[in-house]
Design a protein around this ligand. Structure first.
Ligand code: BGC
Length: 246
């Protein structure tokens, strides 16, 4: 067994996960994200969350919306800058008194979708993108994750792609689905040209509304919505922690 924590902009969600099936095995616990969402503030939240599942053993995985190398967070595009340079694995392992591993949020979603979701059993290169506040990306080749790809920050017309095509931009600029999909077409065509993937998976909260915009994205590569929806972060975090802890 393992425990997955999804640290998001509005809520922190956690649940035990069976890594062999990708199933969440208890009701997901949900607490509001503290403000400011610093590593110190999150430490207390994680301790309380995990304490509610005292009988669950195994490693704990935590998603972070930034680059994570060897347990240290290196970027913070949409989160508190205090995360930059924080050895989060060490901080949370000490606080929880058990093994904790942080993983980029999109990489967690990628692992989850390839192991138990929309890209299950797919070979070749799968590119998972999450469209939310920012844009996250995960590259998975023959089931193996290449972490920290950060294609949300691809430069298109001199702009960060996520500042132009994320779901938060659609909402802020009140874009129609047609207008947003035109931007997504440009974005995915750029990725297509650079990466030549076999499949795109589109995750993030917006994947639930796929029928409204998915068919408007005009690219040559197969593109499908994520299937794990709200639990992709929790499941992916637990899978990542299990892989690292062996
Ligand atoms: C961050 C990524 C993250 C993505 C989605 C981007 O701004 O740089 O690390 O995966 O947002 O949260």
């Amino acid at each position: 067994m393992a425990f997955g924590i999804d640290f998001g902009g509005t809520a922190v969600k956690g649940a035990p996960v069976d890594p062999s099936t990708g199933q969440v095995t208890a009701e997901v616990a949900n607490v509001p994200t503290p403000n400011p969402a610093t590593p110190e503030a999150l430490r207390g939240v994680f301790v309380d969350l995990v304490a509610g599942f005292a009988d669950v053993e195994g490693p704990v995985g935590v998603t972070v919306p930034g680059v994570v190398r060897h347990g240290t967070v290196h970027t913070a595009a949409n989160i508190d800058p205090a995360w930059i340079g924080t050895d989060a694995d060490a901080l949370f392992t000490e606080a929880l008194g058990r093994e904790v591993h942080v993983v980029n949020d999109a990489d967690a979603a990628g692992l989850a979708e390839v192991s138990h979701g929309a890209a299950m059993g797919r070979s070749g290169l799968v590119v998972v993108t999450t469209l939310g506040t920012g844009i996250g990306s995960a590259l998975v080749h023959d089931g193996v994750l290449v972490p920290n790809s950060e294609f949300g920050h691809l430069e298109i017309d001199g702009r960060d792609a996520e500042d132009w095509a994320a779901n938060s931009v659609r909402v802020a600029e009140k874009l129609s689905y047609e207008a947003w999909a035109a931007r997504l077409t440009r974005y995915y065509r750029t990725l297509e040209r650079l990466l030549n993937p076999d499949l795109f998976v589109v995750g993030g909260g917006v994947s639930a509304g796929w029928d409204d915009f998915g068919h408007l994205i005009e690219i040559d590569t197969e593109i499908v919505p994520a299937t794990l929806r709200n639990n992709a972060g929790i499941v992916g975090a637990a899978l990542a922690a299990t892989q690292v802890s062996g």
